[in-house]
Design a binder for this molecule. Sequence first.
Ligand SMILES: Cc1cc2nc3c(=O)[nH]c(=O)nc-3n(C[C@H](O)[C@H](O)[C@H](O)COP(=O)(O)OP(=O)(O)OC[C@H]3O[C@@H](n4cnc5c(N)ncnc54)[C@H](O)[C@@H]3O)c2cc1C
Length: 353
Amino acid sequence: MHCDTSLCYGLLQYMLHVTMAHAPHHGTIRQRMLIPGLVFTIHAYKFLNGKTVKIDNFSPLLYITLLLIMKLPFNLAKRFVAGEDFVSAAPKVSELNELDIKVTLDLLGENVRDRKQADSNLQHYTDLLDGIHETGLESSISIKLTMLGLDIDNTYCHDNLFRLLDVARKQNQFVRIDMEGTDYTQSTIDLFRDAHAEYGSSTVGIVIQAYLHRSVQDIPDLAALGADIRLCKGAYSEPAKLALQQMPAIRDAYKKFAAHLLEHTAFPRMASHDDELINWVKEYTTEKNIPKDRFEFQMLYGLRLNTCRELVSEGYRVRVYVPYGTEWLPYFTRRLRERKENVWFVLSTMFKN
Ligand SMILES: Cc1cc2nc3c(=O)[nH]c(=O)nc-3n(C[C@H](O)[C@H](O)[C@H](O)COP(=O)(O)OP(=O)(O)OC[C@H]3O[C@@H](n4cnc5c(N)ncnc54)[C@H](O)[C@@H]3O)c2cc1C
């Protein structure tokens, strides 16, 4: 039987493609995966029985396929997504808090094009702030402006953002605006500037992507403003005229921006799972005598928990980005595309269960 890495990877990519094409937009994970699951069964059967792959012994592959389909609704995203709602995500946050790891909660979802959905997202974000406040969890929230109506109208999105920040300020909570694709970079920074002028760095922060050419200017500009900045590499597929394409160049940019933030901002957030960058930040801060409690490492839920624990034990501040909600598919797809190893995490979770 020829069942190698690329076949399994191809299978999973194919499965995601089919899933994306057929998943309905509403309902629980189980409801949303029922139709794609059935479609996938048919396609996978055709694929495995076709001429694409030479199969000497069909049964193990059939078993894997059936297992994937049966377990799909519950376990596919579980590795990276804490639950379908706040109630199921909260215990995961508590567990991280017990390890001295802070959290930023992210209600999954992306672009909305009607006001009803944006209003409902605003309500969900507000409920999330209330939930964190009531439970006393050590968590901020991360939001996406496209979920608050950035595609609909700038003023409307601005009003929604300010309504949310009113609640956050009243409750002494912090809201970070995630950075999305380049169609939104300028409008996100503009809205952030307005929000920052009104609410300040104790209530609102932003994200800058190291791979964007424009970050050479955005980093010093926002640092001069006193902004609270999370630095990440950038997760969206962008053209070469807008973004660096090669990892060594992205890492170099990241280091340059990290140095600037460490030198010029009060409490920068270094978001990466990359050992080269983590070690570089450790060495740079040691060399420059920057105390360990003057910045923070950030990682995504489901990745590198041992590294987070090690960093905490060494005296560093660590925060984990914990996504939850039913709209998990685009987020999950980004994580799988980012690193082949993530596919194996997902597969191993399924077999363990
Ligand atoms: C907290 C947080 C918030 C983010 N917010 C945003 C945002 O608002 N906007 C946005 O565009 N992007 C965001 N991102 C995603 C980010 O831009 C990158 O796409 C993502 O973090 C992958 O880059 P990386 O540096 O973590 O590692 P990668 O570039 O994926 O990997 C580089 C190297 O790091 C090591 N590595 C990576 N992952 C692992 C692992 N799990 N185990 C062992 N080694 C590993 C490997 O050596 C690998 O070769 C965020 C990321 C984090 C962590």
